[in-house]
Design a protein around this ligand. Structure first.
Ligand SMILES: *[C@@H]1O[C@H](CO)[C@@H](O)[C@H](O)[C@H]1NC(C)=O
Ligand SMILES: *[C@@H]1O[C@H](CO)[C@@H](O)[C@H](O)[C@H]1NC(C)=O
Ligand SMILES: *[C@@H]1O[C@H](CO)[C@@H](O)[C@H](O)[C@H]1NC(C)=O
Length: 192
């Protein structure tokens, strides 16, 4: 009888310990000990930027290269489709939109999200935005990478829907020269 109670107690004890361990692992995963991927746009440039006299057509050639870094010492991230969009103006004119198919990002590694766009865009801008654009030496735009990622620690998976948002200031050519250099820009990551 007492042997039976002993077995039950030790079984309960083992379950409590296992529960505590798995609780601790999910605490590590879900409470920020596992750092989220860091997004940085380290290169963005226009090699062509011509607003036509009609103020509606923008002929441009835009290249953006961003990095997604897994800063953790352990654990890989898995990405399902990542979408990147670059847009500007109060009416959200889209300059560039791309999708990157699923990929893995092992610990301490970097993946590149590079896009290039060469096209004539029909703009939707207010008169005020047009006049600002005409005299601009720097072009303000938003760059957003969004998607779903998951990470694994032990046998636990944590899934995130996330959005990395970057405010970019891209130098424009004036008088045949770039007035400034592009500054590497860190994005803010919103998980939900
Ligand atoms: C983006 O930058 C990385 C690192 O410098 C480089 O290896 C890669 O070729 C670049 N991608 C493009 C399309 O320029
Ligand atoms: C284009 O915009 C400029 C600056 O705002 C303005 O002076 C010009 O009249 C506009 N041209 C047309 C065709 O609307
Ligand atoms: C880059 O950063 C420097 C220093 O903060 C600033 O003076 C410059 O205007 C920035 N360049 C652009 C293109 O925003």
């Amino acid at each position: 009888m007492s042997k039976c109670v002993g077995i039950i107690l030790s079984t309960i004890g083992t379950l409590v310990v296992l529960g505590a361990i798995s609780g601790f692992i999910s605490y590590l995963v879900f409470n920020g000990r596992t750092k989220h991927v860091r997004y940085e746009v380290f290169d963005a440039s226009f090699t062509q930027f011509e607003l036509a006299n009609n103020n509606i057509t923008l002929q441009y050639n835009l290249a953006i290269n961003a990095s997604a870094t897994n800063p953790n010492k352990k654990g890989a991230y898995h990405f399902e489709q990542v979408m990147t969009v670059a847009y500007f103006g109060s009416k959200n004119n889209i300059l560039s939109a791309s999708t990157f198919e699923r990929f893995d990002l092992p610990h301490n590694r970097v993946a590149y999200l590079a896009t290039s766009e060469n096209q004539a865009l029909r703009l939707d801008l207010t008169a005020d935005e047009v006049s600002k654009l005409r005299s601009a030496t720097v072009f303000d735009m938003l760059w957003v990478a969004s998607g779903r990622s998951s990470t694994k620690l032990g046998r636990r998976h944590a899934h995130f829907n996330y959005k990395a948002i970057c405010y970019l200031r891209v130098p424009l050519i004036s008088d045949g020269k770039f007035s400034q250099r592009f500054n590497v820009t860190l994005c803010t990551v919103h998980k939900h």
